[in-house]
Design a protein around this ligand. Structure first.
Ligand SMILES: N[C@@H](CCC(=O)N[C@@H](CS)C(=O)NCC(=O)O)C(=O)O
Length: 201
């Protein structure tokens, strides 16, 4: 992560009142996107954006492959990653930012509280779409566990703690969520303060 540029969120009993140092200088001098995560390479270069970071990590450590091992597997994963982000996770996060997270986010971005319910409904619609597709497969791409699963799992898991619980009627998504949650990496990757602030992630 970014050396010498602390980017810690202060915690409060009410997590919506936390403030994140990553939204302002000096952090933004290195990562103008002002978000986590950001990776500082040994040569001082900064790589932010989750997708760019995991592309880099997989190039450095190709096994086990979370994007893919072949010219066919990689675009298949990227296609699903894109669908998951554009149809589900971006709406879920903005649904939080514009509602439960409004006080936290309004000092640092344009917030649209009027959009929150529509965004959350879009998430539900697209999880129902995914539920039908997951009837035929164990993971989002098929039988391979990939970054598409990781991205969706993190969002859905987080959503469950901020007012966007999974619809229990979505049995295939529920079974997929349990399958991913059972992997040791799922609990190992939780932020150490996750339980204290009552938010998974
Ligand atoms: N597009 C970014 C989104 C990252 C993101 O949403 N990070 C959150 C993690 S809590 C964040 O930094 N939020 C604080 C903010 O947006 O100011 C990525 O994929 O890395």
């Amino acid at each position: 992560m970014l050396r010498g540029r602390p980017c810690e969120c202060t915690t409060a009993s009410d997590p919506t009142r936390a403030r994140c140092a990553c939204s302002w200088a000096p952090y933004t001098e290195r990562n103008p996107g002002g978000q986590l995560p950001a990776l500082e390479l040994d040569d001082g270069r900064i790589i932010a954006e989750t997708v760019a970071i995991f592309e880099y990590l997989e190039e450095k450590h190709p096994r086990p492959a979370l994007i893919g091992s072949t010219a066919e597997e990689r675009p298949e994963t990227r296609m699903w990653q894109r669908r998951v982000e554009l149809k589900i996770t971006e709406h879920l996060y903005n649904g939080f930012r514009f509602a439960e997270g409004l006080e936290l986010f309004k000092p640092r971005m344009r917030v649209m509280p009027e959009a929150a319910e529509g965004l959350k409904a879009t998430v539900r619609d697209n999880l129902a779409w995914l539920d039908r597709l997951l009837a035929e497969k164990s993971f989002i791409v098929g039988d391979r566990f990939t970054v598409a699963d990781i991205i969706l799992y993190c969002a859905v898991d987080f959503g469950g703690t901020v007012g966007q619980p999974l619809d229990p009627q979505l049995a295939n998504v529920g079974a997929w969520h349990a399958r991913v949650a059972a992997r040791p990496s799922a609990s190992a990757s939780l932020h150490p303060q996750s339980a204290a602030v009552g938010m998974r992630g």
